[in-house]
Design a protein around this ligand. Sequence first.
Ligand SMILES: [Zn+2]
Length: 272
Amino acid sequence: MDKRSDNFYVTTPIYYVNDKPHAGHAYTTIMADVFARYQRKIKGKEKVFFLTGTDEHGSKVAKSAKASNLSPQEFADVVSESYKKAWNDLDISYDEFFRTTDPRHEKVVQDYLQQLYDNGYIYKSKYKGLYCVGCEKFLPFDEIINNACIYHPNTPLVEQEEENYFFKLKDFSSAVLDEIKKQSYKILPPERENEIVSKIKGGINDVSISRSGVTWGIPLPWDKSQTVYVWVDALLNYYSATREKSKEKFWPTALGPERISFISVRTAKKFV
Ligand SMILES: [Zn+2]
């Protein structure tokens, strides 16, 4: 039986402010809106929480801001507002538009990472690798073809070495495999589940969760010279948006960002 309560939490992916709103963003947002409206009809308004918002940190945003002669915060304010306007124009019935520069979010991220650090799950180490500014990450070997990123073939890769903080992801491999086996998480479609299971069984590495050269981000509470890696910061938004008392009952998501994107792509394929 599903242990989840009767509440329904649906969220769009939060959109990166490096890009203006376009049809792709509108598509996933309309899809989430359809689910939210339907669930409100059958469960009642108070049982539904529909979240959307913007992902606003990282070096890519800082760079775009500089090119526009704005501070990163001013730039994020302008682009974030254009998303809000687009959703209001489309009459999207979101309950909350949450931004990763919101102090409420920043506090949850800092508290969460501090807790991991205090419990020994985070350590400092040197990292050397090829960095893709397009992805905002160091690339693993299987994402490099002809000395370029498979997603950004025209962006030159930068060799970088830095001291970062790492999360002990490897230590959690068997616990995650057990949870998948017990079906605590439903991974859909089934071929994705097989893909994830074989990736974990093949061996995963610890992940870097901070950046030393990126100033536009949330400072690590125990080492202010580093900021939280934007992917970690953004991922926690789906959780931090539910931390207020009135919204606590909605966590975890019934339909998260990955599933909304998946449903959107699957539906789109029916029409093309
Ligand atoms: Zn890339």
